[in-house]
Design a protein around this ligand. Structure first.
Ligand SMILES: Nc1nc2c(ncn2[C@@H]2O[C@H](COP(=O)(O)OP(=O)(O)O)[C@@H](O)[C@H]2O)c(=O)[nH]1
Ligand SMILES: [Mg+2]
Length: 250
């Protein structure tokens, strides 16, 4: 296995959809790829998983077995996934694909901000782990929102200290001007800083300036890649990036 790509991002940013569209793209370009669903709460998935955690863990089972409500079941189920991490890794090693796509729980905090998430990435992905961070397009439109997205991405990076790429998800929803700003801000911290200074005075602005200073070179520069599962745009660039960073040569 050469790259194990974890799709991470806030609820509804398109993780499952992108897992499916990247899978189709990789199959069409003859890559050896396997796909894993680690979301026990997924209802329907837009791809056929080679390994699906729902065969072991479901929210209904958690609710019944432990007398939990829907929220408690989500948390317990997300943690229970970690108990299967070693087994998942072994099964993947048996299949030995070049790439593995790993779809993660809808609610990002159940994965990125719990101890179990870290155990899962370390065990299932190990040193082949790669984090694909999906940014919500609606939180990329203003300098303040953009900084908050960078902050979120950097806290995910802090939780999962592996190579990471930020993508602007659902880029088909961004008009040309908004996309141009995303590209500029993500590749030029000075430009983002200047636009932030132009915002009207507020506590958020002061915090944003401080955050940007703190983030420094942590994530920037490094252009965010606009991606759309609707148009298929950017899928090639994700793979180019993964291949380059993970040292995969064909
Ligand atoms: N316009 C647009 N909608 C998308 C795209 N990707 C996903 N969606 C929609 O966003 C919603 C949430 O997607 P989903 O993959 O379930 O998000 P997840 O919770 O992160 O797994 C669904 O209604 C998708 O159809 C995209 O590239 N463009
Ligand atoms: Mg999902």
């Amino acid at each position: 296995m050469k790259a194990i790509i974890f799709f991470v991002g806030p609820a509804g940013t398109g993780k499952s959809t992108l897992t499916g569209s990247l899978l189709s793209y990789m199959e069409d370009t003859n890559r050896n790829v396997a796909v894993v669903n680690l979301d026990p709460g997924a209802d329907e998935l837009p791809y056929e998983a080679d390994l699906d955690i729902r065969e072991e863990i479901t929210l209904e089972k958690m609710m019944k077995e432990y007398g939990l409500g829907p929220n408690g079941a989500q948390i317990a189920a997300a943690d229970a996934v970690a108990l299967h991490a070693g087994e998942i890794r072994k099964t993947l090693e048996g299949m030995n694909p070049d790439y593995v796509l790993v779809d993660t729980p809808g609610q990002m905090e159940l994965f990125a901000f719990r101890v179990s998430g870290r155990v899962i990435v370390d065990t299932v992905g190990g040193k082949e782990s790669f984090i694909l961070f999906l940014a919500d397009p609606n939180l990329l439109r203003t300098p303040l929102d953009f900084v908050s997205t960078l902050f979120l991405a950097s806290s995910v990076h802090f939780r999962f200290p592996y190579p990471m790429l930020m993508v602007a998800s659902k880029a088909d929803l961004l008009d040309e001007e908004a996309e141009e700003r995303v590209l500029r801000w993500s590749s030029d911290p000075e430009a983002l800083h200047a636009d932030l200074l132009g915002e009207r005075p507020s506590m958020a602005k002061e915090l944003g300036i401080g955050m940007l200073r703190t983030l420094g070179e942590l994530l920037l520069p490094g252009q965010m890649v606009p991606v759309s599962s609707v148009s298929g745009r950017g899928l090639d660039r994700i793979l180019e990036h993964v291949d380059q960073v993970m040292g995969i040569l064909d």
